[in-house]
Design a protein around this ligand. Structure first.
Ligand SMILES: [Zn+2]
Length: 195
C-alpha cells in the first residue's frame, strides 16, 4: 500500500496481538498490543520507519471529516528506533458488519490472560483505496507527547451497530475525555494532497 504521503510495510501480514490494559489517571485504557516486535508491520513517513506497537479505539471519533463526527476511530500507534511516535487513524461508520473487527471483539470477549489472535491490520481494518491526510500534532492521551506524526484516512470503513455495542460492553471504547489537543479537529477534503 502506498500513496504520496506514506508507505505501509507488511501491513497485510497476519501477526499476533494480545489484549492489554493500562491504568492512566484513574482510567483503564484497553488496547491490542503486538506480541512479537520482530514481526511488527511499519509505516514509512518522510523516510523514517515507525513500527506498530499497538492499536486502540475511540468513540465517538476524535477527528471530524468535513465537520462530521464518526461512530468509531481506530488509532494504530507506531514508534521509530529513536522513540518518535506516529499514529495512523481510520474512521468507521455504522453500517455493514466488519469481519476483521469481529476478530478483535472475539479476542477481548474470550479474555484469557495469554490469548493471542492473528490479525492482518490491512486486510481487516484499512480501506482498500488509500486516501489520507498528514499533519504533525501530539498524542491525544497521556503522556500527550509532542511531535507526533498523524496519518488520518479520509476513506472510511464500517462496523455494524451490534459490533459497536459489543465493543462498548467490553470497554474497548476509550472516550475522548482529557484529549483537548485534537478533539474535534476537522479535516477538510480540500487539504487532501497538500503536504
Ligand atoms: Zn488514541
Amino acid at each position: 500500500m502506498e500513496n504520496t504521503h506514506s508507505k505501509f510495510i507488511h501491513y497485510a501480514q497476519a501477526i499476533k496481538f494480545k489484549k492489554q490494559v493500562k491504568h492512566v489517571l484513574g482510567n483503564n485504557e484497553l488496547f491490542l498490543q503486538v506480541t512479537d516486535e520482530k514481526t511488527a508491520p511499519s509505516v514509512i513517513l518522510d523516510g523514517q520507519e515507525y513500527k506498530l506497537l499497538q492499536f486502540h479505539f475511540h468513540s465517538p471519533s476524535e477527528h471530524l471529516l468535513e465537520n462530521e463526527q464518526y461512530a468509531l476511530e481506530i488509532h494504530f500507534l507506531h514508534q521509530s528506533a529513536n522513540s518518535e511516535l506516529s499514529v495512523v487513524s481510520l474512521l468507521f461508520t455504522l453500517d455493514k458488519h466488519n469481519e476483521a473487527m469481529q476478530l478483535v471483539i472475539d479476542l477481548v470477549r474470550n479474555d484469557r490472560e495469554d490469548d493471542e489472535t492473528l490479525i492482518a491490520p490491512a486486510n481487516l481494518l484499512l480501506p482498500e483505496k488509500l486516501s489520507a491526510f498528514r499533519y504533525n500534532g501530539s498524542l491525544t492521551a497521556p503522556p500527550y507527547s509532542e511531535n507526533v506524526k498523524w496519518v488520518v484516512f479520509s476513506t472510511t470503513s464500517t462496523i455494524s451497530p451490534a459490533q459497536l455495542e459489543a465493543m462498548r460492553k467490553l470497554n474497548l471504547l476509550n472516550t475522548s475525555r482529557d484529549e483537548e489537543d485534537i478533539k474535534n479537529r476537522t479535516l477538510s477534503a480540500a487539504t487532501h494532497g497538500s503536504k
